[in-house]
Ligand binder design. Structure first.
Ligand code: ZN
Ligand code: MN
Length: 143
C-alpha cells in the first residue's frame, strides 16, 4: 500500500491541491482498519481541525476515489464505508455491530468466465461474508 506522502506526490503532479485537512483525511484512511463512514472520518478529523466541514470530507473522499486511492463499500440505505486500501480484497461484516474487517484470501479468478458467459464487460467483483463477530458472540453468551 502507498504511503500518504507518495499519494500526495502523485496527486500533486495531477494538479490536486492538498490542504492540511485533506491530508489528515488521507492519513486517517491509511492508518485505520475500521472502514469508517464519512461521519466517523468527520468526527476524527474535527478533533484536530475543528473548522473542517462535512463538505470537505465528502469532496476529499470523492477526489481520492476518482484517482483510485480509495474503495467505497456501499450498503444500500446505510452509510457507505471507506477503505484506504484501494486494491480489491474481501470483507466480513458483523450483522450485530456493523463492524467490517478485512479477510485476506487470494482473489477469486472468475471475472473472465463471467465476461464470457454474460456478454458484460466485467471490471471487478465484490464479495462479502456476513456473520456475528467474536465480540458480539461473547456478549450473546453473557446475556
Ligand atoms: Zn459485532
Ligand atoms: Mn478493507
Amino acid at each position: 500500500m502507498l504511503e500518504a506522502i507518495e499519494i500526495l506526490k502523485q496527486l500533486k503532479t495531477k494538479g490536486v491541491r492538498f490542504t492540511p485537512q485533506r491530508q489528515a483525511i488521507l492519513e486517517f484512511l491509511l492508518e485505520t482498519k475500521s472502514h469508517p463512514t464519512a461521519d466517523e472520518i468527520y468526527q476524527h478529523v474535527k478533533a484536530k481541525f475543528p473548522g473542517v466541514s462535512l463538505g470537505t470530507i465528502y469532496n476529499t473522499l470523492n477526489m481520492l476515489k476518482e484517482h483510485g486511492h480509495l474503495l467505497e463499500l456501499s450498503y444500500g440505505d446505510m452509510s457507505s464505508r471507506f477503505d484506504g486500501n484501494p486494491r480489491n480484497h474481501y470483507h466480513i461484516v458483523c450483522s450485530k455491530c456493523g463492524m467490517v474487517v478485512d479477510y485476506h484470501s487470494p482473489l477469486i479468478d472468475m471475472d473472465q468466465e463471467v465476461m464470457d458467459n454474460s456478454g458484460f464487460l466485467i471490471m471487478g467483483h465484490r464479495m462479502e461474508f456476513y456473520g456475528v463477530c467474536p465480540d458480539c458472540l461473547k456478549d450473546e453468551k453473557l446475556n
